[in-house]
Write a protein that binds this ligand. Structure first.
Ligand code: S3P
Length: 433
């Protein structure tokens, strides 16, 4: 166990600034992984140098992929996935579920043994949703509870394409199956209960692979080879979310967040905040490398509680902790439902969010698949704990800025997983006016 770091967040409800947030985590993982699978040189710009994406790069190195990184630029020299080598050591994904699940999909097609593991949180997260389909395609997987918990050993090769209907809308599951499908005989189809983020489908097309998708269904045909290409990563809307909530609930000022990814499978946060009454404008909309991006301008406004549930949930799943902070300060009741997936994230985010906000003075109640929140004019503040969950560390910081007495926050180093530079950036935008 490493020592945890603490900070006191003073109340501060004026904001101003033009900022960028680090590169999108989901897109950075995929750019590194696909660059490592491709033939030829891939140059990634605005790569997220967060711990999760660095775990993906470290695992690729153990599989024989050569790359160089300088800050947010990565150069990969891909030899093709068929030239990956049996790793001589365990592949450690740290805290990164995306690394674990996407890499499992690729390794299901590799004719050698590899063992994947990760931190305490990863070793508790359900993997059968991925290893089950991979085993049905022909991969051998060994691990606790019939391949549900890391450490897991995968011996791949000789896969047969299949058709799957998943019970959860998960881009990690969908992507793992599609990536295995690229190395299987015949067609592989995934149908989801609702559409999850589609960065894999978009980026595979960019790497020259044919991917058919319609509604909640996607299909690949085995044998396709990835061709290297350059990738420019947009800012992460999940990281921008903290500043969207801060900018909406501040009393004074304005924030402009430049070049944020606005892929429609990720913009649930914009729709929810706008429905609550937030003043958020999209400017300079463009599309680069198959992914839309825009500048987001946010100004203070009064928020109203709303009901959030159904197909929008996968489109905002990582933003629920900070949406809950917004709901605590909105007028009236907010109910979040259909979000039981939160229980198997980096922490049980229904429990940790409800307990964390209650400790800061919120009127909030746990539901089996979400939470019910009655807004108040102010949160008192108090003590908060990240539970080693990056999104909680940052949500509690926003709660602290918007509180009456401030928040004493433990475990801030967790933010490094997805947002290096988060704390200096909040200091920058609140160093006021
Ligand atoms: C991700 C998918 C989501 C999300 C995670 C990143 C991805 O997880 O919560 O932060 O990059 O594919 P699930 O696929 O498990 O819902």
């Amino acid at each position: 166990m490493t020592a945890t770091e603490g900070i006191f967040i003073d109340p501060q409800n004026k904001v101003r600034g033009e900022i960028t947030v680090p590169g999108d985590k989901s897109i950075s993982h995929r750019a590194a992984l696909f660059g490592g699978m491709a033939q030829g040189d891939t140059h990634i710009t605005n790569f997220l140098p967060g711990q999760d994406c660095l775990s993906t790069l470290a695992c690729l190195q153990k599989l024989g992929v050569t790359w160089e990184r300088h800050e947010t630029e990565v150069w990969l020299q891909g030899q093709g996935v068929d030239n990956w080598v049996e790793p001589q050591d365990v592949l450690d994904v740290g805290n990164s579920g995306t690394t674990f699940r996407l890499l499992s999909g690729v390794l299901a097609g590799s004719p050698f043994a590899s063992t994947l593991t990760g931190d305490e949180s990863i070793r508790k997260r359900p993997m059968k949703r991925v290893t089950g389909p991979l085993m049905q395609m022909g991969a051998r997987v060994l691990g606790r509870q019939d391949g549900n918990f890391a450490p897991l050993t995968i011996r791949g090769g000789n896969l047969a394409g299949r058709s799957f209907t998943t019970s959860v809308a998960s881009a990690q599951v969908k992507s793992a199956i599609l990536l295995a499908g690229l190395r299987a005989n015949g067609e592989t189809i995934v149908r989801e209960p609702a559409l999850s983020r589609d960065h894999t489908e978009r980026m595979l097309r960019g790497f020259g692979v044919e991917v058919w998708s319609e509604g909640t269904q996607a299909k690949v045909i085995g044998g396709a080879q990835l061709k290297a290409r350059d990738v420019s990563v947009p800012g992460d809307i999940s990281s921008a979310a903290f500043f969207l909530v801060l900018g909406s609930l501040a009393k004074e000022g304005e924030l402009l967040i430049r070049e944020v990814g606005v892929n429609p499978t990720r913009t649930g946060i914009l729709e929810v905040l706008q429905k609550m009454g937030a003043d958020i404008q999209l400017e300079n909309i463009s599309e680069i490398c198959g992914e839309p991006r825009a500048d987001l301008r946010v100004k203070p406004s009064d928020l109203q509680g709303i009901e959030i549930g159904g197909d929008i949930i996968p489109r905002l799943i990582d933003e629920v902790p900070v949406i809950a902070v917004a709901a605590c300060l909105a007028k009236g009741e907010t109910v979040i439902r259909d979000a039981s997936e939160l229980r198997v994230k980096e922490s049980d985010r229904i429990k940790t969010v409800v307990e964390g906000l209650k400790a800061l003075g919120a009127d909030i109640e746990e539901l089996p698949d979400g939470m019910r929140i009655m807004g108040k004019p102010k949160l008192l503040g108090g003590r908060a704990q990240s539970h080693n969950d990056h999104r909680l560390a940052m949500a509690w910081a926003i709660a602290g800025l918007l509180s009456e007495n401030g928040v004493s926050l433990e475990g801030i180093e967790a933010a490094l997983v997805s947002f290096p530079g988060f704390f200096p950036l909040i200091e920058q935008v609140t160093r006021v006016l």
